[in-house]
Design a protein around this ligand. Sequence first.
Ligand SMILES: [Zn+2]
Length: 208
Amino acid sequence: MGKQQDVETVREISVDPQPSGLTAVYLVETRSDKEPREIAKLFDELGSHMQVRQLSRGRLVSYIVQAYESDASLLDEIENLLKANYAFVVSQSSYDETIHRIVRELCSDTGSKLLQMPRCNICRKAVPFPTTVVTLSDQGGSVLLSRSYCGSCTAEAAAPSNKDFVRSLLNADRRDFGVLARAELVRRRSRKQNIRFRIKSSELAQVS
Ligand SMILES: [Zn+2]
């Protein structure tokens, strides 16, 4: 993945706007091997109601979640449940560089492992839940590359048409997509929420 040949075999581009919502970060310092397992089970179960991503593991267990606005009370319940059961719990209702730094510092203090976080492919900011994901696939529909973009870069790329929107994302992407970012796109019908384009065949000679 990520080699130049992949870009050359791209025949389809799909833009997936991701659900947005309320964010919460939970940090728990655990005191036994059992506690991280209990917490993992809790967040596993929450995964059917909201998006869940683990930020760290080890003595410091931390998770970030993104829930629908209607599930706001559930976020408070998680906080209360954690505080009732564990000695050291920190929660915050947003994810930013500050909380990321706190998690990183607490991880190094406690010998815990900070887990990899996807980064915006434009500004490189850590994005636990990207606002937009662009998927590039080959002729057979196999995914070659997936690019993630944060909320502000998505807003920055806003354009009057979906075609211009995807072009401006690919042009702003730190990776050079060459001809692909200028290729003529043909809208494809899609059953899902995403917006799909086929690269017009006349462009193929230049791409391949
Ligand atoms: Zn960004």
